[in-house]
Design a protein around this ligand. Sequence first.
Ligand code: NAP
Length: 298
Amino acid sequence: MEYDVAIVGCGPAGLTAAIYSGRYGLKTVVFESLPSQLSTVPFIENYPGFEGSGYELLEKMKEQALKYADHVFDNVVEIKRDEKFFILKTKNSEYKAKTVIFATGGRHRELGVPGEKEFIGRGVSYCATCDGHFFRGKKVIVVGGGNTALTDAIYLKEIGCDVTVVHRRDKFRAEKALQEELFKRNIPVIWNSIVVRIEGKQKVERVILKDSVKNEEFTLDVDGVFIAVGTKPQTELAASIGVERDHMGYIKVDKKQRTNVEGVFAAGDCCDNPLKQVVTACGDGAVAANSAFEYLNL
Ligand code: NAP
């Protein structure tokens, strides 16, 4: 199984790279392991020409991209290099490719507080679209102040949860349009507060919060805790073949999405690009595929 381009990751960056690479006439394979984070976004309103759920958008992208590329539903566990090829190993097979595009995205960050790990699946969740329906008519908090936290809070309110946002500062970093949607729905916000611990018996019953201005702890009875405090890049595989990362673990790329390793490119949320949006991930994917084409043909 020899390819011109192997794309690791099947989110918007990887799928766009697959469309471009395949259409350039390059023999392309795209690897999918865990579902892209896009599949968990309840609604997308800032991707031009599309309004709907992240899952819906991802499925459309996949359908289109897989006309141009082979699809391997398996995790790449190791990459090595011989004189001519990168060798990508999955649990059961081996694939050879002349170039690699990492589009490995990110995974949710944890709060790291007592009770968080213990109550995963019993009141603690990182995915409002996956788990929100268990909490209809119940009291939940969403922790965070970014686009994900506000999108999740709005979604949870829409499906009938009694939702409160807990944010560590007195200002959201989420875009204004989402803030307006949140306030329009009268979703309460507990400002300047952090989660100290999560408590309960069989499942979550309460959170202990700390008001950082008053320096006081207080208790909130809740059934669910949705944690949306950002993402961490998945770049260990890239690092294993010498790809340079920044201090946060994001892959360093130039304007052509080239890494420091010849024949290796990266796109989307795993890169050190300043904006992490679906539309920019797609842009990165197109540029990375174009760069792979140039590398192979010039
Ligand atoms: P983010 O923008 O990094 O925001 C993370 C939030 O969590 C921040 O408000 C941060 O607080 C807070 N936080 C971080 N660590 C914390 C901790 N230990 N305790 C309490 N709070 C903590 O992450 P995101 O919202 O997941 O978004 C990630 C990227 O995806 C962003 O670029 C975002 O624009 C994009 N995104 C886009 C959409 C969309 O366009 N529809 C939807 C979702 C996400 P501070 O503000 O104080 O730092």
